[in-house]
Design a protein around this ligand. Structure first.
Ligand SMILES: Cc1cc2nc3c(=O)[nH]c(=O)nc-3n(C[C@H](O)[C@H](O)[C@H](O)COP(=O)(O)OP(=O)(O)OC[C@H]3O[C@@H](n4cnc5c(N)ncnc54)[C@H](O)[C@@H]3O)c2cc1C
Length: 524
């Protein structure tokens, strides 16, 4: 993984000439005045964690598993949102942990949490490091570093095993540091799949998916990640929590829901028991054109409410269709006009479902475009983050944001976010698609492109603040699948109100009385 960008450096993408021209002509994008910092130039705070405490931690995990080198610290500074990358490119390593600690078992995690709580060392659980909401940047402001003897990143990469597969109950137990492609590879050996394919698939971990309530591109068919969690183990400074002993239960509130989305603030997930499915025998992706976003939305809603639901269902608005973002390889070459819908079917026998769904789409004004757009989407489904790096280097800020709402409120939400972005950024390019659908509503996923001004981080923060306010005001949720982190903290507080905030604080005080777990994240 690039330390200041996304993914495998070998897959870094040159910006196609037509995109450069489009950026210049449409948005006035110009190359940044200052080149990006080199790894060795990143400025880090001095290591605050005393050597004596480093030795205490090494006593638990072994000396080889406590890392304090420049590169290790840089690689655990922040996540992968656009402001994160802009700061790293500017050589700003101000949120670096003092040390990276790599536990090898649940017991080591539990012991580390006990010690860090006792010694007041802040602990940031670190999975794939792909957070886009500031979920890995603790300690600062009111929750400042000065309150702690040091800050460690608890990297879970050594907890990377598939522990068991129960093909009768269709549950697989994993450790949290397993990356998504490895989980799929391990399950494929049993003829199984998880079916969780977010755009961060290549690097994100199962623990991170659970901690941030992730949602994948095939959520219509396989569900969100939180739908997949049958049980889990959480290590906290106050002791362990073992949850999920039956498919459904009336034994009080479902405490799993307190852990899902807890973003490392309540404990460290050390095991996940996940619902699995048979690996699909067939896959088929195709495209449809709708005359307007409203017409396409109505068709998506019909499938979500009356069925049959495809495994993948997404609908680009007019601008996203025109730009061609559904197929990053073809950006700027012009989409099919109107609004592009991608439908994907996976399973044992996809044809009956496909035929029935196609009839619904055709009845509601859809025009079939065949398999080519579906295949192009499938081919490019994990490419966009690579393109972001090239756009940043070219002088364009490109960032994504998402919300969800009920169908009846979706047009209002769509307009509110667009207006907030236009108001804050002047004349950005704003693209949107419906990325996840439910019987009662859907997720709106926006991509924004704007020419960087002299202070691109501040420029984006103004826009983000405006969007957060607009989402709350328009009745949407502040996040459908990216999580709260630091970036949504204040708006999340407004979304759940003082009673909700009080509940979160009470849970925090109960499991983490010294407040060492991911301080400054999630809890308003
Ligand atoms: C290019 C890109 C595309 C993305 N696409 C999607 C998408 O399609 N869908 C989607 O849902 N998200 C997406 N994301 C967001 C991100 O991938 C998800 O939030 C993912 O769930 C994070 O997993 P991770 O392993 O990288 O966790 P990290 O980023 O390492 O951690 C995320 C949060 O969870 C905490 N945490 C991590 N592991 C544990 C654990 N074991 N126990 C307790 N807390 C833990 C961390 O402290 C942090 O607060 C995308 C991000 C990027 C950069």
């Amino acid at each position: 993984m690039l330390w200041s960008g996304w993914g495998d450096p070998a897959r870094a993408r040159e910006l196609p000439e037509q995109v450069r021209k489009l950026l210049h002509d449409l948005l006035g994008v110009r190359a940044p005045a200052t080149p990006a910092a080199a790894l060795g130039e990143v400025r880090l705070p001095p290591v605050a964690l005393p050597a004596s405490l480093q030795a205490v931690l090494a006593g638990v995990v072994g000396e080889a598993h406590v890392l304090t080198g420049h590169e290790d610290r840089v690689r655990h500074t922040r996540g992968k949102s656009t402001p994160d990358l802009l700061r790293m490119r500017a050589g700003d390593g101000s949120y670096a942990p003092d040390a990276v600690v790599l536990p090898g078992s649940h017991d080591e995690v539990a012991e580390l949490l006990r010690l860090c709580s006792r010694e007041r060392v802040a602990v940031v659980p670190f999975g794939g490091g792909t957070s886009v909401v500031g979920g890995l940047a603790p300690a600062g402001g009111a929750h400042g570093r000065a309150r702690f003897a040091g800050v460690v990143a608890l990297d879970l990469r050594r907890l990377d095993r598939l522990r068991s597969v129960d093909t009768e109950s269709m549950i697989a137990e994993f450790e949290p540091g397993v990356r998504a492609p490895d989980a799929e590879r391990l399950l494929a050996a049993h003829g199984l799949t998880l079916g969780h394919f977010p755009q961060s698939f290549e690097y994100a971990t199962l623990g991170g998916f659970a901690a941030a309530r992730s949602s994948g591109q095939a959520s219509a068919g396989y569900g969100r990640f939180d739908d997949m969690v049958a049980g889990l183990t959480l290590a906290t400074p106050a002791g362990d929590l073992e949850l999920g002993r039956a498919p459904k239960s009336a034994a009080g509130p479902d405490l799993r829901q307190l852990v899902l989305g807890s973003e490392g603030a309540f404990g460290v997930i050390t095991a996940l028991r996940l619902r699995v499915r048979r690996a699909p025998a067939e896959r088929r992706y195709e495209g449809w054109r709708f005359p307007t976003f409203a017409a396409g939305s109505a068709a998506a809603r019909a499938l979500a409410q009356e069925g049959p639901l495809p495994t993948v269902l997404r609908l680009s608005d007019e601008t996203e269709t025109m730009i061609g973002l559904a197929d990053p390889g073809a950006i700027g070459s012009g989409g099919p006009g109107g609004c592009l819908m991608i439908t994907g079917y996976e399973g044992a026998r996809v044809e009956p479902r496909r035929t029935e769904a196609s009839a619904v789409l055709a009845r509601l004004g859809g025009e079939p475009l065949g398999e080519a757009p579906g295949q192009a989407w499938e081919h490019g489904r994990f490419s966009a983050p690579y393109l972001r790096d090239s756009l940043l280097a070219a002088g364009a800020t490109v960032e994504t944001l998402e919300t969800a709402g009920f169908w009846a409120n979706l047009p209002r939400l769509y307009d509110a976010v667009r207006l907030a972005l236009l108001g804050a950024l002047g004349s950005p390019l704003v693209l949107c698609h419906i990325s996840h659908v439910y019987e009662t509503g859907a997720c709106l996923y926006f991509t924004v492109v704007v020419a960087q001004d002299g202070e691109p981080v501040a420029q984006w923060e103004r826009a983000k603040e405006a969007v957060n306010a607009a989402v709350v005001e328009a009745g949407g949720t502040i996040t459908h699948h990216h999580g709260v982190g630091r970036d949504h903290l204040e708006a999340y507080g407004r979304e759940i109100g003082p009673v909700g905030v009080g509940i979160l604080r009470a849970v925090k005080a109960s499991v983490d009385p010294e407040g060492v777990l991911n301080p400054g994240v999630l809890i308003p």
